[in-house]
Design a protein around this ligand. Sequence first.
Ligand code: UN1
Length: 507
Amino acid sequence: MTAALLKSLNLSKKNAGASTGMHWWSKTKKSGEIISYNPSTGQPIAAIYKINQVDYEYAIKEARVAFVKWRDVPAPKRGEVIHAIGMALRQYKRALGRLVSLEMGKSIQEGVGEVQEMIDMADFAVGLSRMLYGKTMPSERIDHRLCEVWHPLGIVSVVTAFNFPVAVWAWNALIAAVCGNTVIWKPSPKTSLAAIAVQHICNRVCHQFGYRGIFSLLVSDETELVKNMASDNRIALLSFTGSTEAGRIVNELVAKRLGKSILELSGNNGAIIDKGTDLSRVLSAVAFSAMGTAGQRCTTLRRLFVHESDYEKCIDKLIPIYKQIKIGDPLNKKNLVGPLIDKSAVAAFEKTIVIAKQSGGKILSGGKALKHPGYFVEPTLIKINHDCDCVQQETFAPILYIMTYQTFEEAILLHNASCYGLSSALFTNDLAHAEWFLSARGSDCGIANINIGTSGAEIGGAFGGEKSTGGGREAGSDAWKAYMRRQTNTVYWGQTLTFAQGVKFAV
Ligand code: UN1
């Protein structure tokens, strides 16, 4: 099955790790290989040759040359290329979704859903290609026109994580390209094959339009590469998805050269169930948010606050939901939860369970790694006190801490006590509480939802979070502005020059 799948995506058993266009795939073999593993079995799927410094320089040069041409292409024409990429993604939706599922381990529904998210991004970017609006402001002087225009930045680098191997690239790359930038992608080494498949699709489409170097790919597992990118003045914007720890290093290096960055870092998302909420209506949203993608979304629900009067009832209803969840091969659509990405993720899960128990946490369901091949763990529900240290850590696994509160005000305080600020949710029928949660004294996160879970954000909104989540915004709304530079223009078309602020300067 694997061989047929790779073939349907034009992938061979051995792929070179760098491409800037249809006819240029690196021939480098000396830097060694990265093995892509199937997390459901622990078995290798394929090997990819890593890039070297020469490949890196080549990609930068190509992206620079391509940018000089691409920035002059009218944005609606750039949109046509993105439209064709969206059409190609529709054609390969099933195969690419299966590859994502095979290599990353998310359920097939979520794998295909991720490709749908790319398609949605392509559609959004095409619309945007006719809407990169600048403002015109009234000038304080006669016969002057004052306005803003938006220009592309240059080379945009996109560093993505394993958990969304292709969608997060699309959030960044398709917007960046429609804005007139060229894009160099450094995917997670754990999901290189999905990235290579996407690069093949882009290469084919760009070739049809007579372009190369708009989208490039660099496959490597060297952390030095990301540091080099962060320090490289030729990269105008670095969009980085990863841990807060790594994001801090990237941020420092980019800031040092006064470059631009977009940071989408860790999260520790919380949800509040308001007093008296109909639990049967909300618990499937809670369960999906907590264990979808095996708890490996940045938006995964990790902290659940339930009013004390409903706490035990909520636990009684959640436990059977947890016990009946089907864990197994993500390519079998009966299974809702697949494996974690690798052995170290399982070790982190187990370590957190030990710490939670030592801190007085009670395991209500799950708590163990499965004893069969692959990196499967049980979705886990833990009754715990909010002030335990482990509650404040992000463990990239399906662990949900369930905690209690007395007043709504207290629930918001506990919710906002996290150092992260990505996604949040409130389940309620109380309009005043809903508005409170969404007000300035409510949730302090980048995403705040009412009566839906923390995960499953649509691309139309800007995606990102506050505090140690990094503050970046990607995907919809006006997130495109981060991929462009704003220029303020003043044009004088009269006969008698006047100066701003009423200054008289007679010469
Ligand atoms: C992430 O959690 O890493 O909201 C990205 C969602 C997806 C994207 C999540 N649209 O779950």
